[in-house]
Design a protein around this ligand. Structure first.
Ligand SMILES: [Zn+2]
Length: 166
């Protein structure tokens, strides 16, 4: 069961944001938290996959301190994913070589082992969602994921004409 509160909009719609910080809900924040949304599908499994495809950033209102904190958390998460990916892949290849698995199967088994290493991280993300995340689904829809249910319903209310039924 996902713990984030999702609101889906068509990808081409520029969303209207409630006048509150997306993290602490302070009124009329003076800054913005901007990030490039990830794309769903197997590409999204790659950390930093958002660099591979050009797309519009999500720009949400936030206090300067909250925006900086969220930006830092996002960067750390991204770096950690890269480190985990390389450690998992390297370990898998070394272990497979050591166990004498045929070279034909090694890349596939290594990929599977890497995928298994990422599962706890993915599960942890489901239960500890960031204040705001966004994912482009199939190129035509964007899912905004909010940790805060009240903020999600304010956001849905302001964009009610565009909200897509899942
Ligand atoms: Zn704030």
């Amino acid at each position: 069961m996902p713990m984030s509160n999702d609101v889906s909009l068509p990808a081409e719609v520029r969303p209207s944001w409630p006048p509150f910080c997306v993290k602490c809900r302070a009124a009329d924040p003076s800054a913005f938290y901007a990030f490039t949304p990830a794309r769903s599908g197997w590409l999204a499994m790659l950390p930093g996959s958002s660099w591979l495809v050009r797309r519009d950033p999500v720009v949400a209102p936030a206090c300067p301190a909250c925006a900086a904190k969220m930006g830092r958390a996002r960067l750390i998460g991204s770096v950690l994913s890269w480190v985990l990916l390389f450690v998992a892949l390297f370990t898998a290849l070394v272990v497979l070589r050591w166990t004498g698995v045929s070279a034909t199967w090694r890349p596939w088994l290594a990929s599977a082992m890497t995928f298994v290493c990422f599962m706890p991280l993915s599960i942890w993300h489901v239960f500890h969602p960031p204040p705001l995340n966004a994912t482009i689904m199939g190129g035509s829809r964007i899912d905004f994921e909010f940790a805060d249910e009240a903020y999600a319903s304010m956001f849905a209310g302001r964009n009610v004409d565009h909200v897509l039924n899942k």
